[in-house]
Design a protein around this ligand. Structure first.
Ligand code: SF4
Length: 129
């Protein structure tokens, strides 16, 4: 079975994504990944480093995020709230549900990533979710 590495905080980015991103390549790749995850519901591997979303990001410099420390803190916070571990394998739908119920529905999202440049989008969308 194929599995896909996903940074834990990308579970949040995916829930709030509305077609904006760091570049057109990034956005195209993000859309393709979201469609694939929702269609195939694969087993993913939680991975606190560059992943299948980062691969098209201009902030990915030689497989290292230029905001490494900041995004690692987001990843670790998502893992803590969801009671999951780095390296753990889990069905995409199960992970996505954990992000929704244990972070978004409990209004914990801003405690994780309110200093992200995309925060305004997520804050605006929250009431719709
Ligand atoms: S490289 Fe960094 S900024 Fe780019 S998608 Fe990955 S975590 Fe986000």
């Amino acid at each position: 079975m194929r599995n896909f590495k996903i940074r834990p905080h990308h579970g949040l980015c995916i829930r709030f994504f509305e077609g904006k991103g760091y570049s057109s390549d990034f956005t195209r790749n993000m859309v393709e990944i979201i469609v694939m995850l929702n269609r195939e519901d694969p087993v993913i591997q939680l991975h606190t480093d560059t992943d299948i979303i980062c691969r098209s990001c201009p902030g990915n410099i030689n497989e290292r995020c230029k905001s490494f420390t900041k995004v690692l803190s987001y990843d670790n916070a998502v893992l803590d709230f969801c009671r999951l571990k780095n390296g753990q394998q889990i069905k995409w739908s199960e992970f996505s549900r954990a992000v929704h119920t244990k972070i978004i529905m409990k209004n914990k999202r801003e405690s994780i990533c309110s200093d992200c440049q995309w925060n305004e989008i997520c804050a605006k969308k929250l009431p719709e979710l």
